[in-house]
Write a protein that binds this ligand. Structure first.
Ligand code: MN
Length: 336
């Protein structure tokens, strides 16, 4: 039997309902049997398997100060899974055998933002009980989801301290009096709740003409380590990240990474509500996320504030997938 006959026979064997070449809708995309796409690899979680990492969507954007379709991000990110393979020649890794699954979305209340935040904390707290070693990859949602996410993360390590590395154009410590709990307040909430101490938080990529001095003074008064976008451009990401890790890792037992995609320059991340120039470039961020993934103390991450409804050719959602993959490649490089 020739090779071509053999391959046509295998196609006919795999046809839906025994009909040759017919594929079920969930397998309708082109498939090359010599490559694995994320959409083939990241299957839904069965509720039992102990995972290295799990994707959890939080479709909340009613708490965004500016109009945001961030609630659409988990779906947009999943849709982009078909565009990427599991193999990176740059990092020398194929992720396809790593136990990473899609846990689905946390159901949001339609009108009650406080209830939404409470559900996030409850759901993640229970998840950590059931999956003690999981690294959650939380896909927001706007940045307000990070306060309940960090609170659950902090409670995961009772009696211990957690550190946070926060990539953002903004300090995110607005007062609660003017607008309540929003995507502008997560780090005010984290600091005031004691979920993490200021001295255990580093903010990377904060930039000018997007913040106010009282908020800059506030984070400094709490001991937060602030590295601007300009600092990264002048000193290089490796040097800044090393300083941030040294500061945040000192005396802490676990590190959470919160990544607001608006930290990236608007040219590379047009699908964010708060776009602006002077931001980080994506390749620095990709490497930073690889290095953070490789660090065993890093036990959770979120990606927030993408609005797929204003994105251009899904550039920003796809960037988030690449960020997630770099981070997972880092995890794959950890010693067992
Ligand atoms: Mn931001």
């Amino acid at each position: 039997m020739s090779g071509s006959e053999s391959s046509s026979e295998s196609s006919s064997n795999s046809g839906s309902g025994g009909i040759p070449f017919l594929k079920s809708p969930d397998q309708a995309a082109f498939r090359d049997h010599l490559e694995t796409r994320l959409s083939h690899w990241i299957r839904r979680w069965d509720g039992q398997e102990q995972l290295i990492a799990g994707i959890i969507g939080i479709p909340l954007s009613k708490s965004s100060i500016s109009l945001s379709g961030a609630s659409m991000t988990p779906a947009a990110v999943r849709a982009a899974f078909k565009s990427f393979t599991t193999y990176s020649l740059e990092y020398g890794v194929d992720l396809q055998h790593m136990a990473v699954r899609d846990l689905g979305d946390i159901q949001m209340h339609v009108t009650d933002i406080g209830e939404c935040h409470s559900r996030i904390e409850t759901c993640l707290t229970k998840l950590y009980e059931k999956q003690p070693s999981i690294v959650p990859i939380v896909i927001g949602g706007d940045h307000s989801i990070s306060r309940p996410s960090v609170k659950a993360f902090s409670a995961r390590y009772p009696g211990k301290k957690v550190g946070i590395i926060h990539f953002d154009a903004h300090h995110d410590v607005r007062n609660f009096e003017d607008g309540g709990v929003t995507n502008g307040t997560p780090f005010r909430g984290i600091l005031e709740s004691g979920a993490a101490l200021g001295n255990n938080i580093a903010q990377i990529g904060i930039r000018g003409f997007m913040n106010s001095k009282p908020y800059h003074d506030y984070v400094l008064s709490k001991g937060v380590h602030v590295f601007t976008s300009r600092d990264v451009r002048i000193s290089g990401m490796d040097a800044i990240l090393a300083q941030a890790i040294a500061a945040v890792g000192d005396g802490t037992d676990a590190i959470y990474v919160s990544f607001d995609v608006d930290v990236i320059d608007q040219a590379y991340a047009p699908g964010c509500p708060a776009i602006g120039t002077g931001g980080l470039n994506p390749w620095d961020a990709l490497d930073a996320l690889y290095l953070l993934g490789a660090l065993p103390q890093v036990r959770g991450i979120d990606f927030v504030c993408i609005d797929p409804t204003v994105d251009v050719r899904n550039v920003t959602s796809r960037l988030a997938v690449q960020f997630m993959l770099s981070f997972l490649a880092g995890i794959a490089s950890r010693p067992d």
